[in-house]
Design a protein around this ligand. Structure first.
Ligand SMILES: C[S@@+](CC[C@H](N)C(=O)[O-])C[C@H]1O[C@@H](n2cnc3c(N)ncnc32)[C@H](O)[C@@H]1O
Length: 603
């Protein structure tokens, strides 16, 4: 669009029609080039919250005209100029109107990472305001519309690491680095500070597009073709001679320098931020494919084998190794990987075992029989096709091995199953795992929030999801929620729980939005052998579990230094177990999933 164009200055001709002052014909590119390679840029002079009524009206007309032109060209996205001040109500109203009628096009609102109150972008100014607040009020006014995203302007100065971390939970689509933000290396070429490098690498990891903007501000050593061809910083001829080429080369170098994704991460790419319903292995029967996936996780079985080794050595002293047979029961044996791990532990320690493999899924039992026959374990392993809670065992076990754990530890009803199995564990018997604890932490997760919201019902907001968390900001360290210990000899055997937790926001984060809680577990298999996904202690290279996500119906804004109080309940009835959760401070949320009305696990 012609930068001097103002609708109010256009005199309509007698027929009332005017051609809009676009720079050139759209025929310079093919329709697919427009839609695949071009992001529209809305005129930066527009100011929809100006005191000047004419400017305000001109801005609204221009914004709508330009968006309409971009839609006509089927562009994927349009870059909206940053709100001029802190107050952006009218701008948000117009954008919200546009969003209601937009098909697929995304709107990327430009937000400077650092902004001063007087809009000078002078990062040394005393009046720095947290630009996240501007984004937050804009998206709240637009009701978290999923087509409204962010293009961050990166300047010389960067806020604290915690403050930057928040953006990784927001829908940042592009990072625009101004050439002023580049330093000069010893050879005269542009480079970035360590902190900028880290930030850019983080953006690469989150598929954020990097855009270089500004003029060539580096005087490059002689012989550099990029400068030789043009040094005015305005020539946009693409290719080798582009004046911003040295900056682009540096960004490409940062990308190439990144470590390749480990194989496991590559395999999990398609699962990133994809919400899945948790398994119900007690109520449903797992499929062969699911068992197959479990069985590939060698790390998990190595941990179990180490735990069984330790337990066997504790149970049977060396001098009794040849005369004592330990009774080990794998409860919930699936297709047998824990049976194999236990037998390997027996071999490793030179201890003798008698194994019972208890499994309630009749289909898995078929495979179990095949395995036992194939391996020639018929004299050692007895297969029991039965629910462990109802099995009448012929003898008691010295060691009970199970893996009934969900992403939140107890959410696949391990406590209820093991309480049932405890009848046939000797008084001094060992349970592997001996305990497990769930953990939560508040997160910004705008993508997950929008995915839940897209169902337009309460049920989905009151459901916990298994998800490979990626586009999230973890706002505070995790805290333990519920712990279960086995065997449980206490007189009060209720598995119902209530926990109140208080999360303190670090002072240098700024405000942040809590879209829900990420949940994890850690299990003690035996003594010092543990297994888990709690981020600070997670078992390396184990992939059987993704995190769990408990959404909030209305996201909660947390201010710097404030705290978030949340309650989690584990409740049970005759046929089901469920969680309820609710925030009580800084504001109260509804209690989610009252009576397990939306999400429950069948007993
Ligand atoms: C998470 S899978 C683990 C399977 C296997 N141990 C492994 O590591 O691959 C849990 C298994 O326990 C079984 N299971 C769950 N509850 C059970 C119960 N009450 N009695 C017997 N088996 C049960 C399920 O059918 C499933 O095969």
């Amino acid at each position: 669009m012609d930068p001097s164009y103002r609708p109010s200055l256009v005199h309509k001709n007698s027929s009332g029609s005017v051609a809009l002052p676009f720079a050139g014909s759209d025929l310079v590119l093919s329709p697919s080039q427009w839609s695949r390679h071009v992001v529209g840029k809305i005129s930066s002079w527009i100011d929809l919250d100006s005191e000047d009524e004419i400017l305000r009206a001109d801005s609204e007309t221009t914004l709508k005209q330009e968006i309409s032109w971009a839609s006509h060209l089927s562009l994927q996205a349009c870059l909206l100029p940053a709100p001029k001040g802190k107050s952006c109500g009218n701008y948000a109203r117009c954008v919200n109107q546009i969003l209601q009628n937009l098909n697929n096009m995304q709107l990327w609102l430009r937000i400077p990472l650092v902004k001063s109150e007087d809009d000078s972008m002078d990062v040394n100014s005393d009046n720095l305001i947290d630009s996240w607040e501007i984004w937050n009020s804009f998206r709240l006014l637009c009701e978290h519309h999923s087509h409204l995203s962010i293009a961050l302007d990166i300047l010389t100065s960067l806020p604290s690491a915690n403050s930057l971390g928040r953006w990784f939970g927001e829908s940042v689509r592009a990072a625009i680095i101004n050439t002023d933000a580049f330093l000069t290396n010893a050879r005269g070429y542009p480079c970035l500070s360590k902190r900028h490098q880290k930030l850019i690498t983080g953006f690469f990891n989150h598929s954020v597009q990097i855009v270089i903007s500004g003029k060539l501000v580096h005087r490059l050593p002689k012989g550099n073709t990029a400068v030789a061809s043009n040094s005015d910083g305005n020539n946009v001829d693409g290719g080798q001679g582009h004046p911003l080429r040295p900056y682009l080369d540096y960004i490409a170098y940062l990308y190439q320098r990144m470590d390749p994704l480990p194989e496991q991460e590559r395999f999990e790419l398609g699962y990133r931020d994809f919400l899945q319903s948790p398994l119900q292995p007690l109520m449903d029967n797992l499929e062969a494919q699911t068992y197959e996936t479990f069985e590939k996780d060698t790390v998990k079985y190595i941990q179990y084998q180490r735990a069984v080794c330790k337990a066997l050595l504790d149970k049977v002293p060396e001098k009794e190794a040849l005369t004592t047979t330990t009774v080990l029961m794998v409860v919930g044996a699936g297709r047998g990987p824990l049976v194999r791990a236990s037998l390997q532990a027996a071999e490793e320690t030179g201890r003798k075992l008698r194994v019972y493999a208890v499994e309630k899924n009749p289909n898995a039992v078929v495979t179990l029989h095949g395995l036992v026959k194939l391996e020639g374990w018929e004299n050692i392993v007895t297969i029991i096709s039965c629910d462990m809670r109802h099995w009448d065992a012929p003898e008691k076990a010295d060691i009970l091995v199970s893996e009934l754990l969900g992403s939140f530890g107890d959410n696949e009803l391990s406590p209820e199953c093991l309480d049932g199995a405890q009848r046939f564990l000797k008084q001094d018997g060992i349970s592997i795992p001996s305990s497990y604890t769930s953990f939560i932490q508040p997160v910004t997760a705008s993508k997950l929030y929008n995915d839940v919201k897209s169902h337009k019902d309460v049920v989905h907001f009151e459901t916990a999801y298994v998800v490979k968390l990626h586009n999230v900001a973890r706002l505070a360290p995790t805290q333990p929620v519920f712990t279960f210990t086995h065997p449980n000899h206490s007189t009060d055997r209720s598995n119902d729980r209530h926990k109140k937790l208080r999360f303190e926001m670090p002072n240098d984060t700024g405000s942040a939005m809590v879209h829900g809680f990420a949940g994890y577990f850690d299990a003690t298999l035996y003594k010092d052998i543990h297994l888990g996904i709690e981020p600070s202690t997670a078992t390396p290279n184990m992939f059987s579990w993704f995190a769990i996500f408990f959404p909030l119906r209305t996201p909660i804004c947390l201010h710097p230094g404030s705290s978030l109080e949340v309650h989690f309940w584990r409740c049970s009835g005759p046929t089901k177990v469920w969680y309820e959760w609710g925030v009580t401070s800084p504001t109260a949320s509804p209690i989610h999933n009252s009576n397990g009305r939306s999400y429950w696990v069948g007993l």
